[in-house]
Design a protein around this ligand. Structure first.
Ligand code: KG4
Ligand code: ZN
Length: 333
């Protein structure tokens, strides 16, 4: 079964075709570079660029796959969370395609789809596992007891971890997106040069807070005329990753956990990957990350999850799918 996935929740315009939830036939991703000059994603600019690019990306995906629209069995699309205007472009395109082709439309939760980037990659990976979603919009720890069954363990009270990488990069004058730039620079820096605090919100150990860390780096930059940017990047990255590792460690110690699964753009971070590997090996726990290309936003993870949802729930009646709306906020638990 061929599922066509569409992803337009932020600044990636992506179309993918995935066979039976597991085999990527094509995963076309257009990253809107225009946001670099603004130092962050401008929602209105993102929506406009999705409109301009989506059909080009769709045509490129079809041509590369050598499939025709008539070969597609269903369309899966990101319904939320994300930028409302950006989501609406993908959702409306998906509705039109599904309606015109008379095939099912499957609305997909972007956060859940990030986790499915792992299921897509590692066919033998099955719940239960501890999931940690680290992206530009989310920092969420969930207990995955079964497919589509999630229990929230903790989430950020303010900035998401990826957002903190982007904001710190911006205030260091490093460009956007900040995560990959900091990741690279930090390799040349001393992570112990500066101590940036990473708070634990008072009443819940498993919740996260990253805005204080960003403010600490801002104060440091304001108060110091001269510093080595690589050392600041490394020290910031150490604090941000420590916040994740600390909670994972405590949860693994307190619960019977055999497997940890990371997902989202920040799961591409090389320092986080090595720290998580060390932690998992120390506690004899299995660990999974998606390949780098599937960490950041892509439509393959949308198509993959779409396949499992269609198998589980069956197709939505047409009158229902035409009424579907995009959702800026959408939880998975
Ligand atoms: O999952 P994603 O593509 O989009 C959202 O759903 O938000 O994540 C994007 C985020 C950005 O904040 C970006 O800076 C961060 O992931 N990111 C990284 C790395 N690659 C991307 N953060 C740290 N290290 C990286 N190597
Ligand atoms: Zn994402």
């Amino acid at each position: 079964m061929y599922i066509l996935g569409i992803e337009t929740s932020c600044d990636e315009t992506s179309v993918s075709i995935v066979e039976d939830g597991k085999k990527i036939i094509v995963n076309e991703i257009y990253t809107q570079k225009i946001h670099e000059k603004f130092g962050g994603v401008v929602p209105e600019v993102a929506s406009r660029n999705h409109i301009i690019k989506l059909f080009e990306v769709l045509e490129a995906a079809l041509s590369e796959s050598q499939l025709k629209l008539s070969d597609i069995d269903a369309v899966a699309v990101t319904q939320g969370p994300g930028l409302l205007g950006a989501l609406l472009v993908g959702l409306n395109a998906a509705k039109s395609l599904a309606y015109a082709l008379d095939i099912p439309l499957i609305p997909v939760n972007h956060i859940e789809a990030h986790l499915f980037a792992n299921i897509l990659t590692y066919p033998d990976l099955k719940p239960p596992f501890l999931g940690i979603i680290l992206s530009g919009g989310h920092t969420t720890m969930v207990n995955v007891s079964d497919f589509h069954e999630y229990k929230l363990i903790g989430e950020t009270r303010d900035d998401a971890i990826g957002e903190s990488f982007d904001k710190v990069a911006k205030l260091l004058g490093l460009g956007y997106p900040g995560g990959p730039i900091i990741d690279k620079l930090a390799k040349k820096g001393d992570e112990n040069k500066y101590e940036f605090p990473i708070p634990v919100p008072g009443d819940s150990f498993y919740d996260f807070s990253f805005s204080g860390l960003k403010s600490a780096v801002r104060r440091f930059v304001d108060d110091n005329n001269q510093f080595n940017v690589e050392d600041v990047a490394a020290s910031f990255q150490k604090a941000a990753v420590e916040a994740i590792i600390l909670r994972l460690k405590r949860y693994i110690e307190e619960n019977k956990i055999n497997t940890v699964v990371a997902a989202g753009g920040v799961a591409a971070n090389s320092y986080l990957r090595s720290k998580m590997k060390n932690l998992a090996e120390k506690f004899n726990v299995n660990y999974y990350f998606p390949p780098l290309k599937l960490c950041t936003d892509n439509a393959a993870m949308i198509a993959s999850l779409g396949y499992y949802l269609l198998k589980k729930n069956g197709p939505l009646p047409k009158e229902k799918f035409l009424k579907l709306n995009a959702k800026a906020r959408m939880d998975i638990y």
